[in-house]
Design a protein around this ligand. Structure first.
Ligand SMILES: N[C@@H](CCC(=O)N[C@@H](CS)C(=O)NCC(=O)O)C(=O)O
Length: 210
């Protein structure tokens, strides 16, 4: 069966949601960052990782999301066949999985971005991350003005991009605990996706396996 290696609340939440939206049987397998088990399927020690029955392994969230959408066109998560729609979907998944995801790392993994142990130096790295994240969230919030979903006319249907932006908006709560109101369109999108039954199942599943 298709197996997803994931860590709770990580970016692997996106393919987890997509698998649930697709509705075919799969296994969600929880792993620890950098564990032997994870390193055996991904030398970078990162999630998400997707493994198929024949042992074929795919890493990188954007590749996994695209693969799942192509494999299950009936789920309608990969665009409507129009090349421009496909290109815009690609643009947004690239923005989310590279620009925005990477902006969070100095905040969550400050050790990787400075060897300085001085508190002021570390705080400066965290503050720079905050500024970068805020800039990208603002771009996304402006894009979402008047839309329900990220791609197409915004009113049509959800896509893999909406699955990926969900964990990114959730992470923002840790970075801006008192200041999320400045991105109302993103908060609305998070609430819209979070209210989905399939998404609630995924969140409950990830929370239940301690
Ligand atoms: N470019 C990779 C990044 C994956 C990534 O950084 N995943 C995080 C979780 S959101 C992780 O597993 N980090 C563990 C680590 O870097 O040690 C992708 O898009 O799949």
């Amino acid at each position: 069966m298709t197996t997803l290696f994931y860590s709770p609340g990580a970016c692997s939440l996106a393919p987890h949601i997509v698998l649930e939206w697709i509705g075919q049987p799969y296994v969600a397998h929880r792993v620890k960052y950098g564990s032997e088990e994870l390193l055996a399927v991904n030398p970078t020690g990162a999630v998400p990782v997707l493994r198929e029955d024949d042992g074929w392994i795919l890493t990188q969230a954007s590749a996994i999301l695209d693969y799942l959408a192509q494999k299950h066109p009936e789920a309608g998560l990969g665009g409507n066949g129009d090349p421009r729609h496909a290109a815009e979907l690609h643009k947004w998944t690239a923005f989310l999985t590279s620009d925005l995801h990477a902006a969070y790392w100095p905040f969550f993994m400050t050790d990787r971005f400075t060897t300085d142990t001085d508190k002021a130096a570390r705080d400066a790295v965290v503050e720079a991350a905050r500024l970068m994240i805020a800039k990208k969230l603002t771009i996304l919030d402006e894009h979402m003005q008047g839309r329900d979903w990220m791609v197409g006319d915004g009113k049509g249907r959800r896509s893999i991009a909406d699955a990926y932006i969900f964990p990114m908006i959730r992470w923002a709560r840790a970075v801006f605990p008192d200041d999320l109101a400045r991105w109302p369109n993103l908060n609305a999108l998070r609430d819209r996706i979070g209210a989905d039954e399939a998404v609630r199942r995924v969140l409950a599943d990830e929370a239940s396996k301690g």
